[in-house]
Design a protein around this ligand. Sequence first.
Ligand code: AMP
Length: 469
Amino acid sequence: MTEIVNFDSLGLAPELLKALTDSGYTTPTPIQAQAIPVALAGGDLMAGAQTGTGKTAAFALPLLQKLLPFANNGASPAKHPVRALILTPTRELAIQVEESVRAYAKHTPLRSLVVYGGVDIRTQTPHLKTGIEVLVATPGRLLDHIEQKTVQLNQVQMLVLDEADRMLDMGFMPDLKRILALLPKQRQNLMFSATFSNDIKKLADDFLTKPQLIEVARSNATNDNVTQKVYSVEQSDKEALLIQLLKAANAKQVIIFTKTKITASRLSRSLEREGLAADAIHGDKTQQERIKALDGFKAGTITALVATDVAARGLDISELPMVINYEIPSAPEDYVHRIGRTGRAGASGIAISFVSPEEEKYMVEIEKLIKRQITRETVAIEKSSTRARTSSTSSSSTSKPSAHKSASASSNQDATATKRTPFKKKNSDPWFDKPYEAVVAAHQQVTVRSSTTRKAPVAALLGGLVLNK
Ligand code: AMP
């Protein structure tokens, strides 16, 4: 591995080094140390780097450096043609990438702009018309601008495909082909992808010229800074477990992943009803709603952000301490992306997965991919929140009263429970007749069971203590 101690040795321009100092970065991350020299040398690049590795700066810095000779303060838009195009799969990622580009370009006259769908296209057009050198875009909205002739791409000399694997997953291949056909043939291409599937290799074959391959961590490897835990839990108990965990942990910033938009919305409402500051972010939310949720999350007014995979892709929330997989993704790569939200840039984090018996098969696939087995743990579920929840979400097909707690009492009772009769007071567990009690002390509430049952302080749930090796 190359020994590089600081950014100066990468040959970056003083304007960019100054911006890096402003950002507080002193040492290049491995992807930056490897990608920046290759990109500065002018060749095509295919880089395998998961999110959180510092990949944005790895392409943004050389890109800006290459454009520096064209930087000018001229007022005429003609002096500022689009010279670099960065394509990203989601609006959130586009916004974040452009923010980074702007931060790194702040001591240069280079201009950048982000365009994405979900907002009125007319608000973007005047900005485009003033002339900008670096355009960050989602493919669909870029095509809209191309059709409306509000953007010209005939001077593009650098192209970045960020999170290329996700672009393919999201079905952007036809859009990409249309856009790439409009770019000058003579250009430099930098492609970043968390995973190297066959489709990604084909994309690279089609669009890159003799790319240099860089991989900082083995593709699909998970970050060592992240403690991974798996709780075996019935689907119907997940909500109660989540509420219990969040309350016990007094968690300040957690992203909770669901598979569907409906579950994300429903769950965020349930959390709110439990007094937790929650919001949901998914594809059916307007751009304004997403930005509001994200800003709230970043500012700390929202502590639990419930998200679908697509919406959460590319979110850059530094030092996110906890990620919870409320539902296990059927595509194992999504697990890697999800837990890449935590443990970023060297910080430590914890990723907890709630695995129902039906989802075990997905977890096994994930373990194959990450080449690691994770011990299944079970958590005794306090039913206070379930009760509150059951009454308010009784129409949900997944919610049922906590029958398994009293399973030993009578199998008939179980049968009653699975028919979803939430208010029948047939439960033999006296707990159900007690009034609601707030969680007082974490260690009184949460019991972690591995091979043997034992009580553990909540720190254990959060990875602070090692149990049953
Ligand atoms: P990225 O993988 O580009 O999303 O970056 C992940 C996080 O690492 C972001 O919060 C960046 O601001 C941060 N970051 C990027 N480069 C560095 C660096 N050289 N030193 C410290 N933090 C960095």
